[in-house]
Structures are given as structure tokens and as C-alpha cells.
Design a protein around this ligand. Structure first.
Ligand SMILES: NC(=O)c1ccc[n+]([C@@H]2O[C@H](COP(=O)([O-])OP(=O)(O)OC[C@H]3O[C@@H](n4cnc5c(N)ncnc54)[C@H](OP(=O)(O)O)[C@@H]3O)[C@@H](O)[C@H]2O)c1
Length: 323
């Protein structure tokens, strides 16, 4: 079957590690199901994998991809949940120390077929398009858990999103504005800031700009480049929820004094549970939210989608059509 996979790793030239070609069909073990994919989505996680982060050489070649939607063996429309718990784990699978994401230990969704534990299939709401369904499993699920499980906010709160264009950032803006939060964004690019306002942000600021007032929570995906600004932007008692560090995880200042003096909460957040993915899908469908899609490519043209992510050009999700 056709697949986009990491054939090797390259820390500095991730596209050189990407191959698009034939891979063997999945052979699902007992309790697993095969999904015939209709659409799939790219995430920065796939670029990290090509760079060799979280994907050691002994696991190569590995089919990439954590986002996907398609038909199960009975023809049901499903969304794939990418967090794979270890055998015997019960409870919140994101807390399982041995959990993996699709494409870390098991082949991922950038293929004609993917095998996942049957419990990882989430019904796709019938009114939801395939392209929307392809956006939800990773960036959108992460944004959902950051905002609704980990930030401790109530409607009316002001939330700052660092970075405007990323898959997680655009999901945060669309979900937060639908839930009644006042969403502010920063961006290095004025045009991306303006687009964030078009999709529901209340205001957009230049990266690092002084804000007109302090905020209740900051959503961090950028890391080193924005960390000090995030700490300074918060009201006393405010919360930073961090799920990524695209610009590096060693900020020039850790800001420890400000963190304890202002009694800030710093909360790590990773992916979400199957039940959060199911609730996210229902919320997106019932609110009629259309995830911002940066671009759509056929699976065979996945390299162009990867290039957009590597170059940091994206505004929203990159979607692949498979069938
Ligand atoms: N923990 C988890 O479960 C989880 C899940 C999903 C994603 N993540 C992580 O979260 C991060 C974002 O993921 P994504 O898929 O949304 O990635 P992405 O689409 O590539 O987003 C990149 C974002 O980062 C901003 N950015 C990048 N470099 C920057 C810099 N030097 N200074 C300021 N802003 C910068 C960009 O904002 P502007 O261009 O608007 O300035 C853009 O919004 C990644 O590191 C990813 O690995 C973690």
C-alpha cells in the first residue's frame, strides 16, 4: 500500500528522511482493527520524527502520522485515536508511562490503511466532513485538553495563545472562542495575526509585545522564544499550559522568581484521552466549527505538505486525502 514514512532520520534536513512509496499492509493483532483511511493530517510531531526525536533508528522504517479518519472493517465512519496505551493499562492513557503515539512504535496514519486497538476508534459524527475529521486526533485534541481540562478557566476569561499559525494555535483560537473565552494571540507575522482575528481571536499582537492588560492563562507551544513573555503576561495566580517547545526547551531565563512570587501554575499537557476525543468531535459538530485548513494534498504529494510545516508557513492544518 502507499504510505509516507521515515526511512532514516536527519536532525537538520528532515525532508531528506521522508519517503513516499510502498509499504506492507498492516497485520492487526487480536483486539486491533484495520481502518481504511479516507483522510489524514500532518502535525509537527511528524517533523520531529523525521528529525529522529522520539523515533530511534532501530524502529525505522516507520509510517508517519497521528491524525486520520476512515472506515472500519464494518464500514463505520471512524476517527482514529492516536494514543496507544500499554497492555493492561486502565484509566487516563495519557498518564501511562509506557504509552506511545501512532508512528512511534506502531505504523501511523499516512497510509491507505492503519491498524489500531479497537478501543481507539471514535465514531465520526455523520454531519462532519472527512477533512474536518482528519484534523482532530492530535493538534485539536491537545488544544481541547489544554483549554478545557488543564487551564481551569470559565467563560469570560482572557487567554493568550503564543503563535497564531500552528495547528494547535488555530485549534485553541477556534475552540476557545466557541466556548466564550476572550482569545488573544501573538505572532511573528502580522498577516497571520489578522487571520487569527478572522477565525475568532479577539486581538492579535506582535510576538513579545506589551499587552494592554494581563491575562488569566497562556497557552504555550513555542517554548524558549516566548517563555519570558508568557510568564510576564499572566495575572497573579494565572496558569501557563504548555504542550510543546517548537523554538527549543531551554529559555534564556527560567523565570523561577516570577513564577513563585506571582504564584503561577505551570501545567504540562500532552494529547488527550479517547473520551476527550469523542467529546471534542461532538463539540466541533454541534457548534458547526470548521477547523482552519492550510492546504490539502493527495497522500502521494505529502512531501509538499511536509515542506510547509518545516518552513513554518502554515496557517491551520495540512490535510492529506487518501481515498
Ligand atoms: N504535547 C503534545 O501532545 C503535543 C501535541 C501537538 C503538538 N505539540 C507540539 O506543539 C508545537 C506546535 O505544534 P503544531 O503542530 O501546532 O506546530 P506548527 O503547526 O508547526 O506550529 C508552529 C507555531 O509556532 C510558532 N513559532 C514557531 N517558531 C517560533 C519562534 N521561533 N518564535 C515564535 N513563534 C514560533 C508559529 O507561530 P507564528 O508563525 O504565528 O509566529 C506557529 O504558530 C510543536 O512543538 C509540537 O511538537 C505537542
Amino acid at each position: 500500500m502507499l504510505a509516507a514514512y521515515a526511512a532514516r532520520s536527519s536532525a537538520h534536513e528532515p525532508l531528506s528522511a521522508l519517503e513516499i512509496g510502498e509499504r506492507p499492509e498492516p497485520e492487526p493483532p487480536a483486539g486491533w482493527a484495520t481502518v481504511l483511511l479516507t483522510t489524514a493530517g500532518l502535525n509537527h510531531h511528524d517533523v520531529w520524527s523525521l528529525r529522529g526525536v522520539g523515533l530511534p533508528p532501530d524502529r525505522l522504517p516507520m509510517i508517519l502520522g497521528c491524525d486520520g479518519a476512515g472506515l472500519d472493517e464494518d464500514g463505520n465512519e471512524v476517527i482514529v485515536h492516536a494514543v496507544i496505551a500499554s497492555d493492561g493499562w486502565t484509566g487516563d492513557e495519557t498518564l501511562d508511562p509506557r504509552r506511545t503515539l501512532l508512528s512511534e512504535l506502531h505504523d501511523g496514519t499516512l497510509a491507505e490503511k492503519v491498524a489500531v486497538p479497537r478501543a481507539n476508534l471514535v465514531p465520526k459524527p455523520s454531519e462532519m466532513s472527512w477533512q474536518t475529521a482528519a484534523c482532530l486526533s492530535t493538534a485539536w485534541l491537545t488544544a481541547y485538553r489544554m483549554l478545557f481540562t488543564n487551564a481551569g478557566l470559565t467563560p469570560g476569561a482572557t487567554v493568550l495563545v503564543q503563535g497564531a499559525g500552528g495547528g494547535v494555535a488555530t485549534a485553541l483560537v477556534q475552540l476557545g472562542s466557541a466556548a466564550g473565552y476572550r482569545m488573544w494571540v501573538t505572532s511573528r507575522d502580522e498577516a497571520k495575526g489578522a487571520k487569527a482575528v478572522d477565525i475568532g481571536a479577539d486581538r492579535a499582537f506582535e510576538s513579545g509585545a506589551r499587552l494592554p492588560e494581563r491575562v488569566d492563562a497562556v497557552m504555550e507551544t513555542v517554548g524558549a522564544a516566548t517563555w519570558s513573555h508568557s510568564v510576564n503576561a499572566l495575572n497573579p495566580g494565572g496558569t501557563i499550559v504548555i504542550c510543546g517547545a517548537t523554538s527549543g526547551d531551554a529559555p534564556a531565563k527560567a523565570e523561577l522568581t516570577k513564577i513563585f512570587f506571582k504564584q503561577l501554575r505551570v501545567i504540562g499537557s500532552t494529547m488527550g484521552t479517547r473520551s476527550e476525543l469523542e467529546r471534542l468531535a461532538k463539540f466541533v459538530a454541534s457548534q458547526g466549527i470548521q477547523p482552519v485548513i492550510d492546504s490539502v494534498f493527495p497522500l502521494a504529494g505529502a512531501r509538499d505538505g511536509f515542506a510547509r510545516l518545516v518552513d513554518g508557513e502554515v496557517f491551520g492544518k495540512v490535510v492529506l486525502t487518501v481515498a
